[in-house]
Each structure stands twice: as structure tokens, then as C-alpha cells.
Design a protein. Structure first.
Length: 163
């Protein structure tokens, strides 16, 4: 029985595209603040750079490449960049995942899974007005937290992480 080589190639391409679609969607997950806190607690000597942003926030989008560069330059160091989107959960598939794919974000991306935005803001930092972008840097080993309600350029971001 002869085997059609082209049919096998079509099946392989289809299989690869299906897998790519599954993994691309898995790149963005919902995350509660309790889950985030548990992850930080297990962080050991890790420095967590947690950026709060949204797809509709122009200054947020402008500074994302700096967080991506920080992520790339610290792959082998105990520095973790987490991008926490404050887009609505209902926008995960329609807005956030396409945004992540389009901009080819390599850092871990989450959509905050909290229903009470004021409680979220208060838990992150009591002085946070809720404005975006905002960044929380946590040195897990020293149990030190620094909160910034502002935009960064790369040099500024690198400097606050090194401190």
C-alpha cells in the first residue's frame, strides 16, 4: 500500500499548528494575589519584578520592552519578571493573549484574577492610587518590598532592581 508523502506532511504541519496554538494560549494564565504571594514565599533568594499593566494603557505598553530586556538579561540569575495584566478576565482570549502573541512577550504573563479592585490595590500597596503602570519589586530573601507608581526607562528599572 503506497504512502502519500504530502498527506503525512500536511498532518505534521496541522499537528504542529495545533500544538503551537495550545502552548501560545497557555502562556497567559489567571493568577490570584494569594497564588502570587505563595509563589513569592517559595522564591528563596529570588528578586521578583512584578509589573502591573494593561493592554489599553499606553505608558504600560511603552515600557514593556524594558521589562522584557530585564527578563532576557537575567535568565540565569535569580530575577523573575512577572507581567500582571489588570485587563478584565473576560478579555483574556480577546485582548490579552493576542497582545502577548503580537508583541512576542517572553516574560511570564498573568491576568489578575481578583473581583474586588480596591482590595487588590490595598494588598499591593496601601499608598497605590490604582494608576498604571505600577511595579512591585520583592527581594524574597531579604523580605524587602519596593513599590513604584510610575513608568520606567531601562536604566531606571535596572537601577531599582540592582538596589
Amino acid at each position: 500500500m503506497p504512502i502519500n508523502i504530502f498527506m503525512g506532511a500536511k498532518l505534521s504541519v496541522t499537528f504542529v499548528l495545533i500544538l503551537w496554538g495550545l502552548f501560545a494560549n497557555a502562556q497567559v494564565k489567571l493568577l490570584t494575589l494569594n497564588e502570587l504571594e505563595a509563589r513569592v514565599a517559595k522564591g528563596g533568594d529570588t528578586i521578583f519584578v512584578i509589573n502591573f499593566w494593561a493592554t489599553w494603557c499606553v505608558p504600560c505598553v511603552e515600557e514593556l520592552p524594558y521589562f522584557e530586556k530585564l527578563h532576557a538579561e537575567n535568565r540565569l540569575k535569580p530575577v523573575k519578571v512577572l507581567l500582571m495584566s489588570l485587563d478584565f478576565k473576560s478579555k483574556l482570549n480577546s485582548d490579552v493573549i493576542p497582545f502577548v502573541k503580537k508583541h512576542q512577550l517572553q516574560s511570564e504573563v498573568f491576568v489578575v484574577d481578583e473581583s474586588d479592585q480596591q482590595k487588590l490595590i490595598d494588598r499591593i500597596d496601601k499608598n497605590w492610587s490604582g494608576a498604571l503602570p505600577a511595579t512591585l519589586i520583592i527581594n524574597a530573601a531579604e523580605r524587602r518590598r519596593s513599590f513604584y507608581e510610575r513608568t520606567f526607562n531601562y536604566q531606571q528599572l535596572k537601577k531599582v532592581v540592582e538596589q
